[in-house]
Design a protein around this ligand. Structure first.
Ligand SMILES: [Zn+2]
Length: 636
């Protein structure tokens, strides 16, 4: 018998999958019409592993009849028949004499899309006796978990059931690279045993070196009809492909305190963790779409000496455990333990420094992009402070500010998120549903705007204009052209001069904006203009304004309630867009917005009535000036 480099444990009966397999054994269950085992053999072949030993038992004649000697599948196959089933380790024990010194072990009940060659090479480089594929999953409480040191060497194994809530969410996933010598004396002919639950712990006790290969690549077991449905859905939706690393991956970077969990001043104990409403659902949605969920967090408490690195790790395990209970997981957590100001009692001197990783610096995001092969262009940053937004902006991500935690009111950096939403759940809904939907509508507008200088976007208050403007800006920039969004909110009159109920033009200084941009039309030089920044929370301008340099070929997008209702502006523009939102949703948003600013219910009703009197007629009339109408996105 030739020596084999892959062992596939294909002896399972699959009684729970009877409805899908009929007389066939579990490894033959069809995934989108192709037997699972055929997917696995194709994967081995793709990565250059051609000599495969199938460890068979139940209904093995079906498997032999289908694959034969493997030549039709481009590989060389042989069969090792296990007469009495003795667990995964028993099957492997019998097969050992036929395997090469280094060999892969796959389980015949998992669908996987993993770069086997890369894992193999990592195993050799680590000089490990065994390498286990490990990853965070959506059910850590009933998985076999491992603990790794900072070199990813396995220090402990916790087979399910494990009682401690604070195990790290790193589950074994039925894929191994093994050294035959590493298994010497670890398996037995007679006692039934499981590779993960029995053999690996024995190896650890015997001082064998086990290495944890942590990867976001797709690997899921298909042991029940529900899991099988999920895998077929994932494959159809391209999830394994997105996670494969063949292309760059997409990620959603999340701030921790105030975004994922409730903001507590100086959180330094796991008991203080409280997930915000909808946060776990939001993370689960990220997981399901094959995007990475990565936390980037400043933890200066470590530098201050209020929290040890081990204490921080403990908090993070608890956080992962809480998410895991709700079927969600984080692909990674990157934390900055530093703080720049020194000279306080109890501080950790060596962590008091100007580092590259403290947000708004981009070190944490850069490290994640490097380690996990992430594409910044399709990735997002979600956070509750201006330093989160600034970090995302500097790192080349799209940014979303949530109105939980500090709600962007920290005043540390310029307030310039791409999008503002109520909370993490709304942020993820925007990323996954809203943004693609608006992008489809802005694509033709971006084409129409190719040779234009000014685009106007108008519509009633809170109808979604600023989101449409930002998405249009991205669409235009995808064509390689720079675009700038100017919000008419920046040209709101000072609060004292702003008259409610005197018509929409009494609130905005549209004349001044028109005067500012009219010299730019037809100009062949750069213009630097000062753009005040409106603070919706305080209903006034920030003390600092943004300076915007507008080049001669750039597109200027002006968005605001009266954008299509001012004749000078309308004359300056080449493309005019009206944004429409169903009235009940729009009133709901207006109401939520006023409440967030702290207005009483009575005041909210009065404001809504006054806005209706102010805006409805002129803005609806201004629709006649529009070349395009965009239906805004709502969660409802
Ligand atoms: Zn740092």
């Amino acid at each position: 018998m030739t020596s084999f480099e892959v062992a596939i444990l294909a002896g399972g009966a699959g009684s729970r999958l009877k409805s899908r397999t009929g007389p066939w054994p579990k490894p033959m269950v069809p995934i989108l019409g192709t037997p699972l085992l055929e997917h696995q053999i194709a994967l081995c072949r793709r990565h250059g592993f051609l000599k495969i030993l199938l460890l068979v038992h139940h209904a093995h004649e079906h498997i032999r009849a289908y694959f034969g000697d493997g030549s039709a599948y481009g590989v060389s196959l042989a069969y090792a028949l296990e007469t009495t089933p003795r667990g995964t380790a028993g099957a492997l024990h019998d097969a050992l004499p036929h395997l090469l010194d280094t060999f892969l072990v796959l389980y015949g009940d998992t669908y996987l899309d993993v770069n086997l060659r890369r894992m193999w090479d990592a195993h050799l480089k680590q000089k490990a006796d065994g390498t286990l594929f490990v990853h965070p999953n959506d059910h850590p409480h009933d998985s076999d978990l491992v603990e790794l040191d900072d070199q990813n060497v396995v220090t402990a194994l916790y087979p399910y059931p494990h009682r401690d809530e604070c195990r790290d969410n790193l589950a074994t996933a039925a894929l191994f690279v093994m050294q035959r010598s590493g298994l010497d004396g670890m398996t037995s002919r007679d006692t039934p045993a499981d590779l993960v639950r029995n053999v690996c712990p024995t190896m650890l006790r015997a001082g064998r070196r086990l290495y944890g290969y942590v990867s976001p690549e797709y690997i899921k077991d298909v042991g029940t009809p529900e899991r099988l449905d999920q895998v077929e859905h994932d494959v159809t939706a391209g999830v394994p492909e997105r996670l494969s690393g063949r292309g760059l991956r997409a990620a959603v970077f999340l701030d921790r305190d105030g975004t994922l969990n409730r903001e507590v001043h100086h959180l330094n104990a796991p008991e203080q963790l409280e997930l915000l409403d909808g946060a776990a659902d939001a993370v689960r949605r990220i997981n399901r779409t094959g995007r990475l969920a990565i936390v980037v967090t400043n933890q200066p408490a470590v530098a201050r000496g209020n929290l040890t690195p081990a204490g921080l790790e403990h908090i993070h395990r608890k956080l992962k455990g809480m998410l895991g209970r709700q079927g969600a997981y984080l692909d990674a957590i990157f934390a900055c333990p530093h703080h720049p100001d020194s000279g306080f009692p109890g501080e950790v001197r060596e962590l008091k420094m100007e580092c590259d990783c403290r947000k708004p610096r981009t070190g944490l995001i850069d490290a994640a992009c490097r380690d996990l092969a992430i594409d910044r262009g399709t990735s997002w940053m979600v956070g509750d402070t201006t330093s989160d937004i600034e970090a995302g902006r500097r790192a080349g991500l799209r940014t979303i500010l949530v109105r939980t935690g500090h709600a962007g009111q920290d005043g540390k950096f310029l307030f310039r998120p791409d999008y503002v939403v109520s909370d993490l759940e709304a942020a993820i809904a925007w990323i996954l549903d809203g943004h693609p939907q608006i992008s489809r509508q802005t694509a033709p507008i971006a084409v129409a705007a190719l040779d234009s200088r000014v685009v106007l976007i108008g519509g009633l208050a809170r109808s979604g204009k600023s989101f449409v403007a930002q998405v249009l800006k991205e669409s235009v920039q995808a064509f390689g052209r720079t675009a700038h969004v100017l919000s008419l909110d920046s040209w709101l009159k000072p609060q004292g001069e702003r008259a409610e109920g005197k018509g929409v033009m009494a609130r905005f200084d549209v004349d001044r904006l028109a005067t500012t941009i009219s010299p730019l039309v037809g100009s062949a030089r750069f213009h630097s203009i000062e753009v005040p920044i409106y603070d919706r929370g305080r209903r006034s301008m920030y003390d600092r304004s943004a300076q915007v340099a507008i080049g001669p070929d750039d597109l200027i997008i002006v968005e605001g309630v009266p954008a299509l209702a001012h004749s000078d502006l309308v004359r300056l523009a080449d493309v005019r867009v009206h944004v429409e939102m169903p009235e009940p949703e729009r009133i709901g948003r207006l109401r939520a917005d006023y409440r967030w600013r702290g207005e009483s219910d009575a005041a909210v009703d009065a404001l809504i009535a006054s806005r209706a009197a102010d805006e409805s007629e002129p803005i609806q009339n201004a629709r006649a000036n529009a070349d395009f109408t965009v239906m805004a996105w709502t969660t409802a």
